[in-house]
Design a protein around this ligand. Structure first.
Ligand SMILES: [Zn+2]
Ligand SMILES: [Zn+2]
Length: 206
């Protein structure tokens, strides 16, 4: 999608960075909406969810595959966001990427309440636990809310530059992925032997 022309089924409220899907405008037909970094909404969303570790490269993308039904909209959500987090172990920034797809069902909250009224207690409980069903009101689905929630569900608990990150030396603080130190080989540097090891005879000038 181009930044300047919004598809007719979307409504953007810049003050709240709220992006709304107008269900009626889908006109009962499946459609795909692809949003990239050129649309301010995505940049603002990334800054909101990942403050300070966001990259606004052209590879940032969110795709909505929408299939409207009689009383619901099925939504395939695909998220691909480039990030530069700081490794929790060695504290170095590194390039990473959050990527996931999830299938959701959105239903009008008014319909859901009616349905719930006709259900048994057990069925009601089941519906309440069905996190995949997202209610919406007044014919508009809040895409900002949905994306923020799903990104927070899928974001990694910890950031690691690599599985085998060696971290920092607890004594001298060097990054052991890049440098080696002698701290772990006894206390050489502090001893006389350390001084001897570092000793370089100066050349005598003729
Ligand atoms: Zn690391
Ligand atoms: Zn060290």
């Amino acid at each position: 999608m181009q930044g300047r022309s919004l598809p007719q089924e979307l409504r953007y409220r810049p003050a709240q960075n709220q992006l709304l899907l107008r269900v009626k405008r889908l006109e009962g037909r499946p459609s795909t909406i692809r949003i990239d970094h050129r649309f301010r909404w995505l940049r603002e969303l990334m800054n909101d969810v990942f403050p300070a570790i966001t990259q606004h490269g052209p590879s940032a993308e969110i795709i909505f595959d929408l299939v409207p039904g009689a009383d619901h909209v099925r939504m395939g959500l695909t998220v691909a966001l480039p990030l530069t987090p700081t490794c929790d172990v060695c504290l170095d920034p590194y390039p990473d990427r959050l990527q996931f797809s999830v299938d959701l069902v959105c239903r009008a909250a008014e319909d859901m309440e009616q349905d719930v009224g006709a259900l048994s207690a057990g069925e009601r409980q089941y519906l309440a636990e069905d996190a995949e069903t997202i209610p919406f009101t007044q014919g508009e689905i809040d895409l900002t809310d949905i994306c923020r929630e799903q990104i927070n569900l899928f974001r990694p608990q910890r950031f690691r530059c690599r599985e085998t990150c060696l971290g920092l030396c607890p004594r001298c603080g060097v990054n052991l992925n890049r440098l080696r130190c002698d701290c772990t080989r006894g206390d050489l540097s502090a001893s006389a032997w350390g001084k001897l090891r570092d000793y370089r005879p100066s050349k005598k000038s003729p």
